[in-house]
Design a protein around this ligand. Structure first.
Ligand SMILES: [Zn+2]
Length: 210
């Protein structure tokens, strides 16, 4: 797995790197994003810490904005997990409230009056600050949804099983309450340790990077 993961890293190192705030016009309408995190290194460069895509048509950019900008943890599992790690690191009991999903009407009725809205806002701000300052990414266009989901899953799987891709001692993910994040060294809970990329699929991905 190391060789394929290394080739993936090398291929992604060559792509244009985006930092917040990013130029929207340079993001393809449909595709996959690969996130790197400050301080995390592997294969002689930045370590891949998250792979993601979108299901809705032409939604790549809005997906990235849901992670980097929109202060609503219930619309981005990535934001939710960053917040969980930050709160858990500080042993902050607000973690319990942060886990409440306030998007459904039923949950709003149950938790709406209980949640500390001021604190929620402050943590959302902190999560934005962390994400905007610590993460950079590359993107590549993939039009077809099934293809995007298949590439996403296999890239996650490949990186999760790579022995060279391990976290620094200060990686925030090590403070995550979720063992899948701590153990995979990725901000991911699905598709880890599944079917990895075959050599032929790696070649196919490289054709999308041109
Ligand atoms: Zn690796």
């Amino acid at each position: 797995m190391i060789d394929i993961c290394e080739e993936l890293h090398f291929a992604f190192f060559k792509l244009k790197r985006f930092y917040f705030p990013f130029e929207v016009s340079q993001i393809p309408l449909n595709g996959i994003y690969i996130l790197f995190e400050r301080g995390e290194r592997a294969h002689g460069g930045d370590r891949i810490v998250r792979i993601g895509t979108h299901t809705g048509k032409n939604q790549l950019c809005s997906r990235l904005k849901q992670h980097f900008e929109m202060e609503n943890k219930d619309r981005s599992i990535f934001r939710k997990n960053i917040g969980r790690a930050l709160l858990n690191q500080n042993k902050d009991p607000f973690l319990k409230q942060w886990n409440w999903d306030l998007t459904t009407r039923k949950n709003k009725e149950i938790y709406g009056s209980l949640v500390d809205l001021g604190k929620l806002k402050r943590i959302e701000r902190e999560v934005s600050r962390y994400i905007q300052n610590s993460f950079s990414f590359v993107v590549f266009a993939v039009q077809q949804k099934e293809k995007r989901l298949s590439f996403e899953s296999k890239i996650i799987s490949t990186v999760s099983q790579c022995a060279e891709c391990y976290p620094s001692i200060s990686w925030l993910g090590l403070s995550s309450p979720n063992p899948k994040i701590r153990n995979s060294s990725l901000w991911q809970v699905n598709e880890i340790y599944k079917k990895s990329l075959l050599e032929t699929e790696l070649i196919e991905i490289k054709q999308f990077l041109r």
